[in-house]
Design a protein around this ligand. Structure first.
Ligand code: ADP
Ligand code: NA
Length: 332
């Protein structure tokens, strides 16, 4: 009985990667085209779960917004805004702090990864972050959440929170949202190590392609990407046990909007010395126009700020009544 609605967000914590693009932003654009109501956020409050310099955060937030716009998100079709400008997110997050159980959050693998060995020194925010993420989604009654594979566990927790709230108060108020992880590139791996996720926090700059890399940089990183000596197989099963080869084929498929099988039907039998330049050409043709548009948009940050303010206003018209109703259900 819930109207289909889409929410997702990205942390403004430094340069966007090809992983963010294929796993998230490109799919945000696809979902915008479906005509469903879409809400896309710069989750600045998530960013501060680890230390951020104020000027870096400010710049990264605008740059992320520029990335959204340059990739094709349209403020006339999607609400684009900063999480901190819509206070209903944090208000609902407090409610969810009181719904979620310590044990549920203790099982989150991303917390374990990010906190590392010294868990006592992690911020409380880093631990409670999935409750805020649940609030980000549910404060819009969002039903669909486009994310990369690494976020699936947090969506599962969001579903648990919605289910427990509905059960505890005997209501059918929050929808049980679905993760949308589709396409060939829901988990883009490092170009240097096929067992690690491509990430903006990887110390090796050669491990990732940034959305702002120029053509030469993109080509060079792909040329130097780790591979194995064999030629490409003609079927996907031939990529088993070949994580680096699989990753490059997945990236090609994601950028070209093709299935892995369709890509291999074309390139099966080719050596990497032939395939890598094809991939580089494709990546440059898709990413360079976005990088150029990002650079253009970043010259007028006042315009970006205006778009985000307007987006926050739109968002509050939906989030406000849902928060009010939540309080009413609780008895406040
Ligand atoms: P990061 O993981 O780069 O720090 P976020 O945690 O803000 O960035 O993630 C933003 C979105 O990008 C999420 O939907 C996440 O699943 C997606 N994402 C991040 N890295 C990858 C990747 N290597 N492959 C696919 N999707 C990714
Ligand atoms: Na992530």
């Amino acid at each position: 009985q819930f109207v289909p609605r889409v929410f997702s967000g990205i942390q403004p914590t430094g340069g966007l990667t090809l992983g963010n693009y294929l796993g998230a932003i490109k799919r945000f654009v696809d979902m915008q085209a479906s005509g469903i109501e879409t809400f896309y956020c710069m989750v600045d409050l998530h960013a501060i779960t680890t230390p951020q310099k104020p000027d870096d955060l400010r710049r990264a937030t605008r740059e992320l917004a520029a990335g959204y716009l340059a990739a094709g998100l349209d403020p006339a079709k999607s609400s684009l805004f900063n999480q901190s400008q819509v206070p209903e997110h944090t208000q609902l997050a407090w409610v969810f702090n009181c719904v979620a159980r310590m044990g549920w959050l203790s099982r989150m693998t991303q917390f374990k990864d990010k906190a590392g060995k010294n868990r006592e020194a992690a911020s409380v925010g880093l631990f409670a972050y999935p409750n805020l993420m649940a609030a980000d989604i549910l404060v819009y009654h969002a039903t669909h959440v486009p994310v990369g594979e690494d976020q699936k566990q947090h969506i599962e927790l969001t579903r648990d929170i919605a289910t427990k709230f509905n059960h505890d108060y005997g209501v059918d108020f929050f929808p049980i949202p679905e993760p949308v992880t589709e396409g060939a590139a829901t988990r883009v791996m490092s170009l240097r190590d096929g067992s690690k996720k491509m990430s903006k926090s990887d110390p090796s700059a050669a491990s990732r392609i940034n959305m702002t890399d120029d053509s030469d940089m993109i080509s060079q990183k792909i040329r130097k990407a780790k591979t194995d000596p064999d030629a490409l197989p003609s079927e996907a099963s031939g990529l088993n046990e070949r994580p680096e080869a699989r990753n490059l084929v997945n990236i090609y498929a994601g950028l070209a909007d093709m299935t892995v099988d369709a890509v291999l039907a074309d390139v099966g039998g080719k050596e990497f010395s032939v395939f890598k330049p094809m991939l580089a050409e494709l990546a440059v043709s898709k990413l360079s126009p976005i990088a150029a548009e990002m650079a253009r948009l970043m010259q007028d940050t006042a315009e970006i700020d205006k778009i985000l303010r307007q987006g926050a206003q739109n968002a509050r018209t939906v989030a406000g009544p849902i928060l009010e109703k939540t309080y009413d259900i609780i008895g406040m």
